[in-house]
Design a protein around this ligand. Structure first.
Ligand SMILES: *[C@@H]1O[C@H](CO)[C@@H](O)[C@H](O)[C@H]1NC(C)=O
Ligand SMILES: *[C@@H]1O[C@H](CO)[C@@H](O)[C@H](O)[C@H]1NC(C)=O
Ligand SMILES: *[C@@H]1O[C@H](CO)[C@@H](O)[C@H](O)[C@H]1NC(C)=O
Ligand SMILES: *[C@@H]1O[C@H](CO)[C@@H](O)[C@H](O)[C@H]1NC(C)=O
Ligand SMILES: *[C@@H]1O[C@H](CO)[C@@H](O)[C@H](O)[C@H]1NC(C)=O
Ligand SMILES: *[C@@H]1O[C@H](CO)[C@@H](O)[C@H](O)[C@H]1NC(C)=O
Ligand SMILES: [Zn+2]
Length: 448
């Protein structure tokens, strides 16, 4: 009996802590399946698609009600390992899942986060790249997907016309995912530098280009979000630039000002997904030795939690008609912020607008209804784990009203053009794409 008790005491710790190591794709799938069984009340596992080689793109959802969206509960996501050889994010996201599930109803911050937010975690967006990756700090073997494509250059780009470019399966899966969930805030985890980088990553030399940065209408929010991460990280705010000569003041940078890139995921999320996304570069070494993983988790844990809490910035609510029926596709514009695509209400008539504390004038427009303009004082929501809830009610416009008074801002989302190529041999790059690929190769050592 005593022996049995001792034996259990001895076994317990190891069976309760997720090992700090590089789990391969099969092991990640097994781990996530186990978590979703053990914590079926607060987690839900699903796949958003397959990689080129047929590996599942697993997403674990965590929250008080993980299976479906609920009104007023914002959707948050973390995406790791989009570049297959930048692997720390993948490890951190598994550790984060372990931490959130075990500390729910024990740690007040974790409990309040999961009760107020629906959190989606995609530990690896590029499992094929990971499996082919060399365990090297700098070398880029494994960066691309199986078709040799950089997934962070394969999204539709608001600043360049790439009509007809083929979307890789992993990219198409993420684009479809964005359509199914009204994501509000996101981060995409990389390596090769230590910095929080925010949109835009690209520019076409228009009014967004200001002094070498490509500045978005929500720049103040992006800077705040990036600083929240860098200051809650143990060292990112110091702006250590690893091998780069770039000076990252306070550990943050505008993406374009660091280096311009076309077809990136964060600009796509922001412009077409209505989801504010930043890119987190979390280690100088892209494939850190396993012995360093516990220290790197300690360096990032508070920052990962603080960043999620920022999903509660600003304003949220529903747009309703005079009968209280939610209105879909009403635009909700903040005066002074001319977003490339207007923020629109989702199928529940809901909107979420991340805003820093202050006074804002909001204009809500929908064809067939009178538009409404209101000025609202917005407090700091993260401390309360809720943005300010404010609903808008629209009256049907009378047929006499002058046409054109409620012109709704629009924007056409790009169509999906899926690549059917299953391996790089099937790719027949044109001379220009071959040249671009060659230049990219030359620069890959510095890319993150
Ligand atoms: C799931 O529960 C089993 C049985 O208690 C335990 O052995 C295992 O470590 C748990 N796994 C995870 C990932 O929580
Ligand atoms: C792609 O190739 C993998 C094996 O390399 C195969 O299992 C899969 O069915 C192929 N997919 C398509 C769409 O051809
Ligand atoms: C979170 O939700 C759980 C389950 O509904 C409840 O028991 C708990 O009291 C809540 N805690 C907080 C801090 O909201
Ligand atoms: C999809 O790509 C093909 C080949 O590049 C092109 O011919 C076609 O026009 C594209 N379709 C769309 C909708 O962009
Ligand atoms: C950490 O993040 C919180 C938000 O959760 C923020 O209030 C706080 O200022 C941050 N810490 C530092 C040192 O900036
Ligand atoms: C809202 O817009 C989407 C995308 O354009 C469209 O598919 C949907 O049918 C619209 N819904 C309503 C109720 O107009
Ligand atoms: Zn990267």
């Amino acid at each position: 009996m005593l022996l049995l008790v001792l034996c259990c005491l001895w076994i317990t710790p190891s069976s309760f802590a997720l090992e700090f190591k590089y789990h391969n794709s099969v092991q990640v799938g097994q781990y996530l399946t186990e978590v979703s069984r053990n914590y079926s009340d607060i987690t839900y596992l699903h796949s958003i698609g397959q990689s080129v080689e047929g590996r599942e793109l697993w997403v674990l959802i965590l929250g008080q009600n993980p299976k479906q969206h609920r009104t007023g509960i914002p959707e948050f996501k973390y995406v790791g390992n989009m570049h297959g050889n930048e692997v720390l994010g993948r490890v951190l996201l598994l550790q984060l899942i372990d931490y959130l599930t075990k500390d729910y109803l024990r740690d007040p911050l974790v409990t309040r986060l999961l009760n107020s937010t629906r959190i989606h975690i995609l530990p690896s967006m590029n499992p094929d790249g990971f499996e082919s990756s060399g365990r090297d700090c700098m070398y880029s073997q494994g960066r691309f997907n199986k078709n040799g494509v950089d997934l962070n250059r394969n999204f539709p780009d608001a600043f360049s016309s790439d009509n007809g470019q083929l979307r890789e399966k992993e990219v198409a899966a993420v684009m479809n995912w964005l359509k199914t969930e009204p994501f509000v805030l996101s981060a995409n985890l990389h390596g090769g530098a230590v910095v929080a980088s925010y949109p835009y990553d690209n520019s076409n030399g228009g009014s967004e280009l200001q002094g070498g940065s490509s500045v978005s209408p929500d720049n103040d929010v992006f800077v705040h979000l990036s600083k929240t991460y860098s200051r809650n990280h143990t060292s990112m705010y110091k702006g250590d630039s690893c091998f780069d000569s770039k000076d990252f003041s306070e550990g943050i940078t505008n993406g374009y000002s660091w280096y311009p890139l076309e077809g990136g995921m964060q600009d796509y999320n922001y412009v077409w997904g209505q989801c504010l996304e930043i890119t987190l570069e979390l280690s100088c070494c892209k494939f850190p030795p396993e012995s360093e993983l516990p220290g790197l988790w300690d360096a990032n844990r508070a920052a990962l939690l603080a960043y999620m809490q920022q999903v509660h910035l600003g304003l949220k609510g529903q747009v309703l008609d005079s009968n209280g029926i939610p209105i879909q596709n009403a635009s909700v514009e903040v005066e002074g912020r001319r977003n490339l695509c207007p923020f629109m209400t989702d199928r529940n008539g809901e909107y979420y607008r991340l805003l820093l504390p202050g006074s804002y004038t909001i204009k809500v427009t929908h064809p067939g209804h009178e538009s409404v303009t209101e000025t609202i004082s917005v407090p700091y929501g993260p401390d309360r784990f809720s943005a300010l809830t404010h609903n808008f009610q629209l009256q049907k416009s009378s047929s006499q009203s002058t046409p054109g008074t409620t012109v709704q801002p629009t924007c056409t989302p790009p169509g999906l053009n899926l690549s059917n190529n299953n391996n790089s041999a099937a790719l027949l790059p044109s001379l220009s794409t071959a040249l671009a690929a060659y230049c990219l190769l030359l620069h890959t050592l510095q890319l993150s």
